[in-house]
Write a protein that binds this ligand. Structure first.
Ligand code: ZN
Length: 276
């Protein structure tokens, strides 16, 4: 009887070694608003099967780029499920991954004059052009490095003045969650590249974000740095993690000096605080 049990165990373990190549593994429990890292067999291909929401700048199913089987994926804020399809030599299989939903900060602001909520008419065209420019740049991630180790973009800051995902309820209307993390720091504080990458865009003065830098970290991962008082890099420049690239300011729509630091994956806005 014991021998039979042993043989059964042996058989089961043999079965198991035949299958692990055809699976998707993640480093952490999946939560909404997270940049998740995972792994597949490098011979296989990975696709987004469907998403509850539009996945950034890509709609519906698309292939997720991998590096030696490693991949990154951005899980939208408020998502509760992730559907991924693995394509192997013998066929394809779709997997469901439950996503833990986080509680994001909400601020209720009432009695604001509508003029403060809606930007002036004469600025609308410029605002739209700037949004489209950023969107276009975020589609063409082509830096070869797979960003996995991250550095704080400000070595010294006094506090996080506004966390990622915070929603302001202005005069009863819910606004989109805060697209990044605000680090309050004195004007002129050095701003550092959060990981190796290539400068995809610099802009001296955008309507909302003022002096702005967008860095491509490869595989769809981008970071952006806003309200800068000074920009010390050029478009196309290769930067290393921790390298000074700019200085903290309060340009654009900012009430005081701070760094707005954003993280995204093909345009899906993610929580940068998860990186550190
Ligand atoms: Zn901000």
């Amino acid at each position: 009887m014991k021998k039979l049990f042993f043989l059964l165990l042996l058989f089961l373990s043999a079965c198991q070694t035949a299958t692990p190549t055809n699976k998707i593994t993640f480093e952490n429990t999946l939560t909404d608003g997270q940049l998740a890292y995972g792994h597949i067999n490098p011979n296989n291909k990975l696709f987004i099967a469907s998403a509850e929401r539009r996945v950034g700048e890509k709609q519906g199913s698309f292939q997720i780029p991998t590096k030696e089987g490693d991949f990154a994926i951005g899980i939208p804020q408020d998502a509760t499920n992730l559907k991924l399809t693995l394509q192997t030599e013998t066929g394809s299989e779709t997997f469901d991954f439950p996503v833990q939903k986080r509680k994001w900060k909400e601020d209720i602001v009432n009695g604001l004059p509508p003029k403060k909520v809606i930007p002036p008419q004469e600025e609308q065209k410029r605002i739209l052009e700037e949004i489209l420019l950023m969107r276009e740049k975020r589609k063409t991630s082509n830096y070869p490095t797979f960003a996995h180790k991250w550095t704080l973009p400000v070595a010294e800051y006094s506090r996080i003045s506004s966390p990622f995902g915070a929603r302001r309820i202005l005069n009863g209307a819910i606004t989109q969650g805060h697209s990044g993390t605000d680090y309050a720091a004195p004007e002129g504080t050095p701003v550092l590249a959060a990981a190796d990458g290539k400068v995809a865009l610099i802009h001296p003065d955008m309507f909302y974000t003022g002096g702005t830098i967008l860095i491509d970290h490869g595989y769809g991962i981008y970071t952006n740095y806003c309200h800068l008082s000074r920009i010390d890099v050029k478009e196309g420049q290769i930067v290393k993690a921790g390298e000074p690239i700019a200085a903290v300011g309060s340009t654009g729509r900012a009430t005081g000096p701070h760094l707005h630091f954003g993280l995204s994956w093909y345009g899906v806005r993610l929580n940068p605080e998860d990186l550190f």
